[in-house]
Design a protein around this ligand. Structure first.
Ligand code: HSE
Length: 426
């Protein structure tokens, strides 16, 4: 058999530890598929993990020395942007191929790092950076290579989807569902990245750059998290025939890319609505193939290690490509030009004329109503009677609905914050 591919692994967190295990447990089949052994030669981590069997690999706490040792590829699994960016640059500078799971790094600096890798003629694998174990990078780059891709939509944060599913199916509250996702090893080191949508936005930027062959202005991605969701909204949405999901969506337009991450009502008949727990799913539309959906475990040590090792196998076979530098940069358009139906929940005083006032504001903004739910609410004896008025609108432009919601909030009969959730235009 040919010479082994010598791996230098940086980081022994959830994913790093799983890569060590996977390379050992499936060594024979990995070597057979790679055409040569994949050997863990060196490991660097700030924190040693005594419980992990590193086999013959040498260990160091000095991350910076890793690219300068006898390795063919550096696997960057330390996360974050600054230190990881320095390590990837040093690795490419030292003539090492790179495999990374770091979506934050790629979203913020991918263009520059890919240009460096291209200049050096070195492959970069980043399958593990998006949607855990789903081979979506390979699908977009390889299987869908014949297509012009204009739209992507998906559930790309397992933690958020786990929380929404637990709230819907088990009536679990937000905090308990998040704690469970953390215990299972799905959440980021800082879970606010999951629930505030940052993690999903980073993954969307990585996918959109690949699908649309363009640099993407990550700062221009519109990001909303899931914290505003109330179990009541999940139940009303069901009544209206929808499931509430946290979606990442990107669409290419002539003047840029509309990229956004936010809660959305997904029609319950659509496949994305049925994606539950930590599972991720990405819908990619190609002009030749039509609509494709890629589904699987989106987080977790072994699922993500599966993607890391797939890149190593491709590298060992000489199939991992050198990134092509972006030839253009498409402006991020966010949600300004968006037109879609909306779910509105308006807390209103339960007295004559309030509904008419609400309807009048909507009418004046030319917002057409598709469905309404208004049901008496259990109230405290000391409180003023109020009801949530739930309205599903027809298509309405973002700026129009914003103005209408601001006006509704100022009505004397409206008693609190109005909830607004867009309906997905898949
Ligand atoms: N924290 C991420 C998620 C997993 O919950 O999807 C790694 O990307």
């Amino acid at each position: 058999m040919a010479n082994a591919l010598r791996v230098g692994l940086a980081g022994l967190g959830t994913v790093g530890g799983s890569v060590v295990r996977l390379l050992a447990e499936n060594a024979a089949l990995i070597a057979a598929r790679a055409g040569r052994p994949i050997e863990l030669a060196r490991v660097a981590s700030r924190t040693p993990k005594a419980e992990l069997d590193l086999g013959a690999a040498s260990f160091s706490t000095d991350l910076a020395s890793l690219p300068h040792g006898p390795v063919d590829v550096v696997v960057e699994l330390i996360g974050g942007v600054e230190d990881a960016g320095a390590l990837v640059e040093a690795s490419l500078g030292a003539g090492r191929a790179v495999v990374t799971a770091n979506k934050a790094l790629l979203a913020e600096r991918g263009e520059a790092l890919f240009a460096l890798a291209h200049a050096q003629g070195l492959p970069v694998g980043y399958e593990a950076s998006v949607a855990g174990g789903i081979p979506i990078v390979e699908a977009l780059r390889g299987g869908l290579a014949a297509n012009r891709l204009d739209a992507l939509a998906g559930i790309v944060n397992g933690t958020s989807n786990h929380i929404l599913t637990a709230m819907e199916n088990d009536g679990q509250d937000f905090a308990a569902a998040l704690a469970e996702a953390q215990r299972l090893g799905y959440a980021e080191a800082d879970p606010t990245f999951d629930v505030e949508g940052v993690d999903a936005a980073q993954k969307l930027a990585v996918l959109a750059a690949l699908a649309f062959e363009s640099g993407i202005d990550f700062a221009g991605v519109h990001v909303e998290g899931i914290a505003a969701i109330d179990i009541e909204d999940i139940r009303y949405a069901r009544e209206l025939g929808f499931v509430v999901k946290h979606l990442a969506m990107a669409r290419r337009h002539a003047d840029g890319v509309a990229a956004r991450v936010h809660l959305a009502l997904v029609p319950e008949r659509v496949l994305l609505a049925k994606v539950s727990g930590v599972t991720n799913a990405i819908l990619a539309n190609g002009d030749a193939v039509g609509s494709t959906v890629h589904i699987g475990p989106g987080a977790g040590g072994m699922a993500t290690a599966s993607a890391v090792v797939a890149d190593l196998v491709a590298l060992a076979r000489g199939h991992l490509p050198v990134p092509r530098p972006a030839t253009r940069r498409l402006p991020a358009l966010g949600v300004r030009g968006l037109v879609c139906p909306h779910y509105l929940k308006i807390p209103a005083i339960d007295q004559p004329g309030v509904f008419a006032e609400v309807a009048e504001v909507l009418s004046r903004h030319a917002i057409s109503i598709e469905a309404v739910i208004q049901r008496p609410q259990a109230i405290r004896p000391d409180a003023e009677p109020w009801v949530p008025i739930v309205i599903l609108t027809n298509d309405v432009a973002e700026t129009v609905v914003e103005a209408a919601v601001a006006e509704l909030g100022g009505l004397g009969g409206v008693t609190g914050t109005i909830t607004r959730i867009r309906v997905a235009d898949l």
